[in-house]
Unconditional design. Structure first.
Length: 417
């Protein structure tokens, strides 16, 4: 019995303690940062994130190689294309997490560190003393080999090699940084839309030029697995051409699209002309393929559509011509009968009156002649339209008959199809 009481007391104490801890968010907060696998260091401004490793030294001290790495890092940063984290920045953080990864300078280690920092590219390279042949003869200099590797695919995007002396170092680094910029994908985003163009956050300061072509893409919420990391799915939706450019902005006209462009969509291009042409060509084929694969959209009209055929137009012409023929036939019969009555003398109107009364038979006779002429023209037109209908197969047989309805003659056309 005492044992049962002790168990009940202990359970009550543990329950109250756990309730208090849960109310104080003790277990809700990541106090030990166990889930924080991503390290910081890059500025989130849309520029390409490059993690630069220490240059592997050959025939020189690590201190000298480190100073040369800092100079190269500054030149790459000044292109305004990249945000760069150098060895001194990432080593300070990586030593706390995994000291074995500190001061690494090979591709495998660099890609692993790049994924921890969520970098886009990793720059690896080596530096060594060498002799350089100049106009004045051989002089002591350096040889630098660099390689830019994509973190997600482990594919080498660009390689380069330069030879330089102490006096040439900054100039050679500047040109190397420009080549890296031209051969690396340049990304930005759509800041606003106008009636005829889009505005992107890339301009002259990023190396963009007038007439450059951009690929507009959208990052979907779905994630794609790439090795041991996941990245948002990217879908290309349009192609645009720059037609106006300023220091930090550019206007571009959309030349092809499969979806409407929205603010916040991303853009990408290459400053290198050959790579830009290849990117646009591949994207154009992709957009054409997606457009062909779209299921056809059937429209269901709310009201029945009236389809007018050649036979309907022909029948309309026939009805108008037949009505015209009937009208002139009635006019001819009426004026003819009046002319006969006036000439027979049965009407005393012409004899009792002078002037107009004497001219009346002539007026009625002229109306009879005109009506008769118009009736013949209308009848010929009806015959021509009938013949046209028979040639085109609209009718096969025609019959004419008179129907007397309420003592009024009506001409009726019967036709067989």
């Amino acid at each position: 019995m005492n044992l049962v009481r002790i168990i009940v007391v202990i359970s009550l104490i543990l329950g109250s303690v756990s309730h208090a801890l849960s109310q104080s968010n003790f277990f809700q907060e990541d106090l030990f940062n166990l889930e924080s696998d991503v390290m910081s260091g890059f500025s989130d401004d849309g520029r390409m994130k490059v993690l630069m490793l220490t240059l592997a030294p050959y025939g020189m001290t690590e201190t000298a190689a480190g100073e040369i790495s800092k100079a190269l890092q500054l030149s790459i940063f000044n292109t305004n294309h990249f945000t760069v984290v150098g060895p001194s920045e990432w080593n300070a953080q990586i030593r706390e997490r995994d000291p074995s990864l500190a001061d690494c300078n090979d591709i495998a280690c660099g890609v692993l560190v790049g994924k921890l920092f969520r970098a886009d590219k990793v720059l690896v390279g080596s530096i060594r003393n060498t002799s350089i042949l100049e106009v004045d003869g051989e002089t002591q200099g350096f040889q630098m080999d660099v390689r830019l590797v994509d973190v997600l695919t482990n594919v080498t995007d660009y390689t380069d090699q330069i030879l330089f002396t102490d006096a040439q170092m900054h100039e050679e680094f500047f040109m190397l940084a420009q080549r890296l910029s031209k051969n690396t994908e340049l990304q930005g985003y759509v800041t606003s839309l106008t009636n005829s163009s889009i505005v992107v956050d890339l301009g002259v300061e990023h190396g963009l030029e007038m007439g450059a072509q951009l690929v507009i893409f959208r990052r979907e919420a779905d994630l794609l697995s790439s090795g041991d990391s996941e990245v948002p799915k990217e879908t290309n939706i349009a192609i645009a051409r720059v037609h106006r450019i300023s220091q930090g902005r550019a206007n571009a006209i959309i030349v092809q699209q499969i979806e409407l462009v929205r603010e916040g969509d991303f853009v990408k291009t290459y400053l290198d002309v050959s790579k830009q042409i290849k990117l646009i060509s591949d994207t154009r084929r992709e957009l054409d393929t997606q457009k062909r694969l779209e299921p056809p959209q059937e429209e269901f009209p709310l009201q029945p559509e009236l389809v007018i055929t050649d036979r309907d137009l022909w029948l309309q012409r026939l009805q108008i011509a037949a009505a015209e023929e009937e009208r002139w036939m009635i006019a001819t019969v009426g004026t003819g009968a009046g002319t006969l009555l006036l000439l027979s003398g049965r009407l005393e109107l012409a004899q009792q009156s002078e002037g107009v009364g004497q001219l009346l038979p002539w007026i009625v006779g002229a109306a009879f002649g005109y009506s008769g002429y118009q009736y013949i023209q209308a009848r010929n037109l009806v015959s021509e339209i009938k013949a046209e209908g028979e040639i085109k197969g609209f009718v096969s047989n025609w019959q004419f008959q008179w129907n007397l309805d309420k003592n009024q003659p009506n001409l009726v056309f019967n036709y067989n199809f």
